[in-house]
Every structure is written in structure tokens, then in C-alpha cells.
Design a protein around this ligand. Sequence first.
Ligand code: HEC
Length: 218
Amino acid sequence: MRTYMKLMLLLIIAAGLIAGCQSADKQSEKPAEQLDAMSLDSETVLARNASKRLVMSFTNRLKGELMAAIAAHEPAGAIGVCKEVAPAIADSTSTDGWIVRRVTDKFRNPDNRATLAELEIMARFNDSTAPRFVEHWEKTDSTNTYYYYEPIRVGALCLNCHGELQTLAPGVMQAVRKQYPSDKATGYQVGDLRGMFVVTADWPEAEGLARELVNDSL
Ligand code: HEC
């Protein structure tokens, strides 16, 4: 029994680690919500697939850094990694007409505060019939921008740094208080909506990288 419990615990920890600083939405297999008539055209499909690639690459890079940091310094030290690395990954993923951000209502870093329009979209990920992602185009006379939104949910590992204050890993609370005096990102439970990825692509500038990303994955 004891061995079994240990094994379960290890599995839970491993599952959390695999999610890294981000967690993919595994809850719903529903198709995307389609917000306008263009949703099935080839440009939309290209932009959507490239957005998924960028989100996956962001998540995997952050996960790798976080796992290494936790192995080396425990969660309190890994706070520094999320602080340095997450914005750096966001910057390096945002290139060639693309911008990748993480936004939320209860933010740790005020730079990640969702706008009112983003909060409305985030609310749609909050119920049991939530779509896997939301997308739309915004067109003006001079711009043509694709928007892609994907929910970020809380896994077991996240509770180390985003859980109830009294259950936070030792040292984490002090480290967070010091580096993020206005932190709001605690009190979460497994499965909660933590925030969302917002990917924007200025078309046609963004098309080149989109093709590279999508071809690379074939
Ligand atoms: C080692 C501590 C730690 C762990 C574990 C951790 N985070 Fe974070 N998280 C942070 C820190 C620090 C920031 C602020 C990063 C910054 O300054 O941009 C952050 C920021 C975020 C943000 C951006 C929004 C905001 O509040 O600024 C999201 C979304 C997020 N984390 C989700 C998660 C998820 C989901 C997990 C679990 C899979 C997770 N985090 C695990 C420390 C952690």
C-alpha cells in the first residue's frame, strides 16, 4: 500500500512537472468557436496552426527551464526563473508579425494583466462547455490581425507557487512577496482557469513565419 501511495504521488508530481509553468487545456475536445465567417479559410487555418505551435513551444521551453530550476534550487529559487525566463520566452516568441502573451485576471506580474476585452474572452473558458480555443480576425482599412486565445489551467505542480497561501512550498511565499509585492496569483485549486495565451498575428507580415512553423511540424 505504501509503495502504491508513493508511486501515485510520484505520478502526480511527474504529471505536474510535465505541465511546467503552463498547462495545456485537456478538458474539452470541443471544436473551436468560430467567431466570423472566415474561420475555415486557408489563412485562418494557417494562422491557427502556427498559433498552436507558438503556444506549445512557449510551454515546452518554460517547462524545461522550470523543471531544471526546481531540481536545482527548490520552488523558492525557481520563482526567479519564472520571473526572468517567462518574459524572455514571450519576447523571443514574439517576432515577424507575431505576439505571444499570457494574460490573467489575478496576475502575479502586472504586465500580464488582461484587458477588459480579454477578460470577456477568458470568461468563456470558465465553464464545462468551454471551447479549446477562441479565434477571430480584426480588420480595419489598414490592418488585418488574427487573434488566438487558449486557456491555461492549474495542475498539481502549479500549487507550489499559485496554491492556497498556507500550502505554498516553504520559502515561496517570502520569495513571491519580495519580488511581486502586488501578487494576486495564489489561492488556486487544480483544474482552475489560471489565465490564457493571447497570440496575435499581423497579416500578411506574419504569414512567412506561420508557413515555416507549420511546415516544420509536418
Ligand atoms: C516556481 C514557482 C512557479 C510555479 C511552480 C508555477 N509558476 Fe506560474 N508564475 C510564477 C511566477 C514567478 C510568475 C510571474 C512571471 C513573470 O514575472 O512574468 C508566474 C506567472 C504565471 C502566469 C502569467 C500571469 C501572471 O500571473 O503573471 C501564468 C499564466 C502562470 N504563471 C501559470 C502557471 C501554471 C499553469 C503553473 C503550473 C503548470 C505555474 N504557473 C507554475 C511562478 C510559478
